[in-house]
Each structure stands twice: as C-alpha cells, then as structure tokens.
Design a protein around this ligand. Structure first.
Ligand code: PXP
Length: 254
C-alpha cells in the first residue's frame, strides 16, 4: 500500500441497527440466535480490504453497544475509530477502551443519523479539552465538521490532528447547489491541509458519488456506512467492501 492511497473506514453501525431491531433490551449482544454480530461483520470487512472500522456509540445506544466496542477493540487488527459525543461518559470510556482514533460528532436524540457537523466554534472550550485529553493518551482525534472555513480554522487552533469533512450537503443535493457544495469541499480540504490538518470525509458517500468524492484533494480516509451495509444485504459484505475499495483505488492518482 502506498502512503497516498485513500483509506476506507467502514462504519458498521447499521449491522447493529439490524440486531437491535429484533433484540433491543436483551442483556446479551451475541450468542444463541442474537444476530447479526457486528464484530463478525467487522472482521469480514477487514478481510475484504477495509483499512479501519468505525462505530458510533450513541448516548441512546440505538445500534452499537458498549460491549461491541470492547469486543472490537480486542478483535480487529486494523484501526478502530470511535465516533462519540463530547460527554464525560464517552470521554471516560474512550480513555479506558483506547480506540486508535475518536471522531467527535454532535448528537441529537431525534435525528436518524448524524445530521450536521459539530460546531467547534461554539463548543471550542469543551472540544479543546477533549482533544487535549485524547492527544495526551495517544488517541488521534478527528472533528466531524461542516466544510466551513471558521470551523476548519478553529479545528487547527484546537490542535486536532484530523478533521472529517461532512459530505452530506453535497451527497443530498443536485444541480447547481451540488456543484457549489462540491467546490466548497474542494476548497475546504485545501484550506485544512494548508493548516496542517489530515483530511477525512464522510456521510452519504455511496457507490455512485464516490467517483466525484475521490476528486476532492488531500483526502486521507473516507468513512462509509449506510451504502456498504445496504449493498451487503444484496451481495454480501465481502463483495460490498471489495467493490467500494476497488472504486477508491481505481480513482486514486498514481
Ligand atoms: N462519518 C460520520 C462522522 C458519521 O456520523 C457517519 C454516520 O452518520 C458516517 C461517516 C457514515 O455515514 P453514512 O452511513 O451516510 O455512510
């Protein structure tokens, strides 16, 4: 693998969504007929070429459970990226479980999935404290933010090593607005890189828009969930991950 290959982090939250749809409220998260097991899914993703596994442990535990995160930490051999809100409970858990990276996201109980970027300008004191605590314990912090210059400049000031640009506005629009969003992502990736930030991107990336996403400069890693898990229902997780990985590799400049 060359260092300039864009990496694929597979977000496996929705494999746990499926399990919880049937087994919510049960003490166990595995065993017997409790299925599917997100850890097995993660291992298959790695076997198919995923460079990392991402999970979001939400406050309401609607999909991934704490035990899943602990089992993933013990099982996977690529990188574990834990998406989380900046709450004291999550900070304590992250410092104890020690994922390779945490991605700070906003969390709103009503949303179906993470809807907007974290407002690191408004929350700078809290976010700065989390970044400092993670930096100190060797966990890389990524800030999931909108492609907005104020957010990116603040992320750099807070000494977050990584940002994840929210690609949802681009993925969910069409026509001229889509072009504007794409241009915004390009410019903001360049701004972030010029400030020394590592640039990741995620939300709403799928098998169709991946070719455009791959034209954004300076990308380090893409975090993709819903589209891969959906394709896995049709073709299996191995095929779903391999296909996305192939699309990323074929679009990576040599
Ligand atoms: N990145 C972050 C920070 C997310 O919260 C999510 C899930 O909403 C994703 C990436 C993956 O998004 P999707 O499931 O749309 O691929």
């Amino acid at each position: 693998m060359t260092s300039d290959q864009v990496l694929l982090g597979v977000n496996i939250d929705h494999s746990a969504t499926l399990r919880q749809a049937r087994y919510r409220g049960m003490d166990r998260t595995t065993g017997g007929m409790v299925e599917p097991d997100p850890v097995l899914i993660a291992l298959l993703c790695e076997k198919a070429g995923a460079d990392g596994i991402t999970v979001h442990l939400r406050e309401d535990r609607r999909h991934i459970q704490e035990r899943d995160v602990r089992r993933l930490r013990e099982s996977i051999t690529t990188r574990l990226n834990l998406e989380m809100a900046s709450t004291s409970e999550m900070i304590r858990l992250a410092l104890e479980i020690k994922p390779d990276a945490v991605c700070l996201v906003p969390e709103n109980r009503e949303e179906i999935s993470t809807e907007g970027g974290l407002d690191v300008v408004a929350l700078s004191s809290k976010v700065g404290d989390v970044v400092a605590a993670m930096n100190e314990s060797g966990i890389e912090t990524s800030l999931f933010i909108d492609p907005d210059p104020k957010q990116i400049e603040k992320a750099a000031l807070l000494k977050a090593p990584w940002i994840e640009l929210h690609t949802g506005s681009f993925a969910n629009t069409s026509g001229n607005e889509r072009e504007r969003e794409f241009e915004r992502l390009n410019q903001m990736a360049a701004l972030g890189a010029s400030l020394g930030l590592t640039i990741n991107a995620g939300h709403g990336i799928n098998y169709v828009n991946i070719s455009e996403i791959m034209r954004i400069p300076h990308l380090h890693e893409l975090n993709i969930g819903h589209s891969i898990i959906s394709r896995a229902l049709l073709f299996g997780i191995d095929e779903a991950v391999r296909e996305m990985k192939a699309k990323i590799l074929s679009a990576t400049p040599i």
